[in-house]
Design a protein around this ligand. Sequence first.
Ligand code: SER
Length: 315
Amino acid sequence: MQSSEIRRAFLDYFKARGHVQVPSLPLVPAGDPTLLFTGAGMVQFKPYFMGLAEPPAKRLSSVQKVFRATDLDEAGDTSHLTFFEMMGNFSVGDYFKDQAIDWAWDFLTNVCKLEPEKLRITIYLDDEVAHDAWIKQGVPEERIYRYGEDQNYWFSGDVGPCGPDSEIFYDFGPQPDCDDCEPAHDGHRRFLEIWNLVFMMLYQHEDGTRTELPTKNIDTGSGLERMAAALNGSPDVYMTDLFKPSIEMIEGLTGRRYGDEPGADRAFRVVAEHARALSFLIADGVSPSNEGRGYVLRRVLRRAGYFGRSLGLTG
Ligand code: SER
């Protein structure tokens, strides 16, 4: 599947299940001074989860453009991006864990036709409801992993809606850097997180205490680039149609080939990734400066320049 087909299939799937499609927010969120950038699909739904505004529908879906400055240093490996598109389905006090899990599994295995054996599941420690829902889908016990808050809990910030989550990983099989490992291991290419289902039911206060939100909600996020990589059978998102034209352009400008020189591949990826991120940031009104958003933009620009020069791109 090409990325445009994945996007379409996702939105159609959830539309057929009663979800109202909502347009992406800009990368600079209006009306939320706590955020520098839109970093998740749920940003525009936060007031609904908190009971502060009435949603247009209880079931919502979107493909949200997202920028995560926190991933800047990791960008340049084969799967972390500062800018990406996040597909998501959301429930504001409507369906909850069972239904969210059932649809995610159905979409991956029956619409995208990913092999069930290639999917691994992580859940929050004692989340037996999520565990049983995955077992009901036919996921065997040995492909379900339990992790603590560092892995399977999602926070929208130090203060705000949060909740335990369950993640779906795609298994690309043993890799040279990691053979017998598990989804939570970082820095390897065997497992790629392709979907996060957040059971958004609590609110974290400034003092760290948590109270229940007025409704039990669902917030899911699936990175389009990673889903395309899983469907492409390679853990490298730069081999998907979303990045191929940029990689080919860099090849044309440098006379080098992506994949030929391991030492240069990272630079290829950084330049391709940052060029895309910069374009979207600038299009959404960010310009270089010495502080705030503009300073982040400047850092991305400098990093792109540094890696670009290492490839021989000048001028
Ligand atoms: N909010 C969660 C995330 O960004 C799921 O959408 O991963």
